[in-house]
Ligand binder design. Structure first.
Ligand code: DC
Length: 200
């Protein structure tokens, strides 16, 4: 069975929690595509050339807490605006999306560019303040600075020319500003279950 769930949205909207829940419930493989850009950003910070780093990426490069920091997120957002970096990562993501057994991918352009044919497209969002507060609970420090980082990353991810962050026209928008994540997970599982029934 080929079945792709595309989950897009801005930073700290709840994509990771939702994707993991979907993967676990349906036994789908999960790819956090932000990690690809974070790993490239880390290599570039270490002196590598961006496109070469993207082409040479290995599974082992995707592990490590150093990829989870605010700085790694900013570095990822910067290299993600480079068309050569995005092009180098497309085929791997497409193959993952259409693998046998079902897949869930979370990112910014999964439903629009990587897998426009995805059986389910979800766009998970929340206000910048709510997302910054969630991120601050994880990373600590100065909450105003976290909010500024969230806004800066949103602007870069939405404003870039190549594959900007956007909801696909046929995506279901889930707003986690006021709903808790368990409720949103429940809604998403319902949408996917209904679509799976249709495709069988
Ligand atoms: O989802 P994340 O916060 O780990 O993503 C880090 C950055 O990577 C994000 O700010 C933009 C970029 N990104 C992207 O451009 N396209 C994706 N599919 C996933 C992430």
């Amino acid at each position: 069975m080929i079945f792709t769930v595309a989950i897009d949205g801005p930073a700290a909207a709840g994509k990771g929690t939702l994707s993991r829940a979907v993967a676990e419930r349906f036994g789908f493989a999960h790819l956090d595509t932000g990690l690809l850009y974070r790993a490239v950003g880390a290599k570039v910070a270490g002196g590598a050339e961006p496109e070469a780093a993207a082409l040479a990426l290995q599974p082992a490069d995707l592990a490590g807490d150093h990829l989870r920091t605010l700085e790694a997120g900013q570095a990822a957002s910067k290299v993600a605006a480079l068309p050569g970096v995005r092009a180098a990562l497309v085929q791997f993501q497409r193959n993952f999306a259409r693998r046998e057994g079902g897949a869930v991918l979370d990112g910014r352009d999964i439903g629009t560019v990587i897998c426009p044919e995805a059986e389910v497209k979800l766009f998970v969002t929340a206000t910048p303040e709510v997302r910054a507060h969630r991120r601050w609970l994880e990373v600590g420090g100065d909450e105003a600075r976290v909010l500024a980082e969230v806004r800066e990353r949103d602007a870069r991810d939405m404003g870039r020319a190549d594959a900007p962050l956007a909801a696909a026209a046929d995506a279901v928008v889930l707003d986690t500003s006021t709903l808790d994540i368990e409720t949103v997970v429940g809604q998403a599982l319902g949408i996917i279950t209904a679509r799976l029934r249709e495709t069988r």
